[in-house]
Design a binder for this molecule. Structure first.
Ligand code: ADP
Length: 665
């Protein structure tokens, strides 16, 4: 049912469009985050490419610079060696001068590790610093510098040798400058250049700090470099041939990767991480939102269902807080009292629907309710409508407990029972009238009995009076005799009076008067009324009273009426019974809690189909019967909180029994 109500909510094409819009809005942040991530990636890539290009340019610039610098130094070496060769050829440079010049050269140009003078055959004449190698190569051996030596000799100008490994100096190459004496080749001044020292000393520091420069031979073997330490992350590199000296030598420059890469990478990674995180949080928020929307929908469905339920209730509902202020009323309650919810919610007692003339009781009941002493079976109260009309309400009040189990007020359901009340009243009046009619009928029926009853004391009075008068006239009397006769006369007069009073009471419409009475006395008193009637029909009355005198709280006259009815029914039932069996046995028995009275006859008994209707109003099998007797009897007994029923008598006939709750004596 809840689904049925809820399905009407948020349906239709407008709903679909709204849902589409919402989906688009929800997707937007995700799309934006993805775009940011992509753009960021592109930006980083561009930066990286720019950097790589920049590094490439840097390394090329560096290597060109290095090459120029080295050439500058080698040129200078070459020039100085050529000058020395010239001076040696001229004879202006003696051995001591040579040593000094060589030392100056080595000091100026640290890459020149040694200056050697060779004779025209290649044999070593001098060396500065002195060398351990022999003055000339052993026969048959071709020294590594042989090619350069020959070339310089034939060209007559300085020539660079191929690199070779020299003892104690590592990889070296030579600059061979020929010496000519008087126009003839006379030997060679040789500068031995250490590749390692050339790179270590002549590469500018600002290049060496970022770029590793190496010299490699034709096979790619490294002959020397600026530093032995290999960069952790080598960057771009560039190679150029190094000529002179040539011979396949080349310079390789490799850029050390910039340490500034790390922070950049960290930042990029952080930004990526954050983008991922925000995408994830967006997704989580979206999922949370979806849950919320679903919950809200369920709630509104539930709410709509409850509202529909409340609105369709015919029972009035009213909630009050602990101070008695109205916090809620449902439409049924508003209809009942005629005030709107706005008029009532927030109001404190006295309420507009309280009856002014019954204010005291209503306030008392209200206070009782606020103390939590509401009658569990509800209570009836009269309220006033807005138009002034009054109505009866049946109110059930219960504590109002909130979701956390706290007692926050009182909830009442209110039923308009005016109609029911009216029907009950009508039925009550009807019953009353019937009872009254029944009493009148009984009275009519009893009229003759009463005449007979009264006849007896009256004729006794008359005969006592005549007797007394006769004695007085004859002056044959004693005071004691007269006193006795007058006493008996008085008893009879009182009995007559009592009979008349009983009849009067019997007929008068009166409120029940509850008083303690002894059941034995009550039963025998009632039987005395019917005695004459019984005699007339030849019926014996057999009373078996209870031991002691069990007491009940009762209206004596009503119970007498019950006894009379039962006894009269018994007499009438035995019309066809043999005269010797016409006997009514009346028993009174007491248990600790109640008193049981039985009236048994020897009539025909009651057939099963009759037994079912026995206590129905107007059920009778008699030509002049009313059919109200037993019905009234049951009402009276039930009024006294007892029970009345019928059962077959053990000796044939009917046995009617009733109980009455016992009253402490
Ligand atoms: P009424 O006496 O006016 O008929 P009652 O309500 O007293 O009305 O009795 C209803 C009917 O119950 C009687 O008509 C009769 O048929 C039956 N009834 C009552 N008492 C006896 C009885 N002791 N024995 C047999 N039938 C009885």
């Amino acid at each position: 049912m809840a689904g049925g109500i809820g399905s009407g909510i948020g349906s239709g094409s407008g709903g679909a469009a709204a849902a589409g819009r919402r989906a688009a809005v929800e997707a937007m942040p995700i799309v934006a985050t993805v775009l940011i991530a992509v753009l960021l990636a592109v930006l980083l890539w561009l930066l990286h490419r720019g950097r790589v290009e920049e590094e490439q340019v840097t390394v090329i610039k560096d290597i060109l610079w290095v090459e120029q610098t080295l050439h500058f130094h080698l040129n200078s070496d070459e020039e100085k060696l050529a000058r020395m060769a010239k001076e040696l050829g001229d004879g202006t440079l003696g051995p001591a001068g040579f040593a000094a010049a060589a030392q100056v050269l080595a000091a100026d140009q640290p890459e020149v590790q040694r200056v050697v003078v060779r004779d025209a055959g290649g044999g070593q004449l001098r060396s500065e610093p002195p060398s351990e190698t022999g003055p000339r190569p052993s026969p048959g051996e071709v020294p590594p510098w042989d090619g350069a030596f020959r070339l310089a000799r034939s060209l007559g100008e300085p020539v660079y040798s191929a690199p070779y490994r020299a003892a104690g100096l590592g990889w070296v190459f030579e600059i061979d400058a020929p010496i000519h004496r008087a126009g003839r080749f006379a030997g060679m001044v040789v500068g031995v250049v250490s590749i390692e020292q050339l790179l270590a000393k002549q590469v500018p520091w600002w290049v060496a700090s970022r770029t590793r420069v190496e010299m490699v031979d034709v096979d790619g073997a490294v002959l020397g470099g600026t530093t032995r330490v290999t960069a952790a992350a080598p960057g771009p590199s560039h190679t150029i041939p190094f000529e002179p000296p040539g011979h396949g030598l080349s310079l390789v420059a490799t850029l050390h990767s910039s340490p500034s890469d790390l922070p950049r990478n960290v930042i990029a990674a952080s930004i990526f991480g954050l983008a991922l995180l925000s995408a994830w949080s967006l997704w989580a928020v979206r999922r949370h939102l979806a849950h919320r929307v679903a919950a809200e929908q369920a709630l509104s469905q539930e709410h709509a269902f409850r509202k529909a339920m409340e609105d369709s209730l015919t029972v009035g509902m009213r909630a009050r807080d602990l101070e008695g202020r109205i916090v809620y009323v449902n439409p049924a309650f508003c209809r009942m009292v005629g005030w709107s919810a706005e008029d009532m919610v927030g109001r404190r007692p006295p309420m507009p629907y309280w009856l002014p003339e019954d204010m005291e009781n209503t306030v008392a009941m209200h206070q009782r309710l606020m103390r939590g002493e509401a009658p569990p079976d509800g209570f009836e109260i009269r309220f006033r409508r807005r138009d002034g009309a009054t109505f009866w309400a049946l109110v059930y009040e219960a504590p109002l407990i909130d979701a956390s189990g706290r007692h926050t007020g009182w909830m009442a359901s209110v039923l308009d029972i005016t109609e029911r009340k009216r029907a009950e009243e009508l039925a009550g009046q009807h019953q009353e009238r019937l009872q009254r009619t029944a009493r009148l009928i009984s009275m009519g029926e009893m009229a003759s009995t009463l005449a007979h009853e009264l006849n007896q004391p009256l004729s006794a009075i008359a005969s006592y009076t005549t007797g007394c008068l006769n004695r007085l006239a004859a002056a044959d009397w004693t005071a004691a005799e007269l006193e006795g006769a007058l006493g008996k006369l008085g008893v009879q007069a009182r009995r007559a009076g009592q009979i008349i009073r009983s009849v009067h009471e019997f007929v008068r419409k009166r409120e029940p008067e509850m008083a303690p009475c002894g059941v034995n006395a009550l039963v025998s008193g009632a039987l005395s009324f019917i005695e004459a009637d019984a005699r007339k029909h030849g019926v014996a009355l057999d009373l078996r009273p209870a031991e002691g005198e069990p007491m009940v709280l009762a209206d004596r006259i009503l119970l007498e009426q019950v006894m009379l009815n039962l006894a009269r029914n018994a007499i009438e039932a035995m019309a066809a019974t043999a005269p010797r069996d016409r006997r009514i046995e009346v028993t009174v028995a007491a248990t600790p809690s109640e008193v049981v009275v039985g009236v048994a006859d020897h009539g025909p008994g009651i057939p099963a189909e009759g037994a079912a209707q026995l206590f129905q109003p107007f059920y009778t099998t008699k030509a002049e019967g009313m059919g109200m007797g037993l019905n009234i009897c049951r009402s009276i007994i039930e009024f006294h909180r007892g029970r009345l029923w019928h059962e077959p008598a053990p000796g044939g006939g009917s046995l009617f029994r009733f109980t009455l709750p016992r009253e402490a004596a």
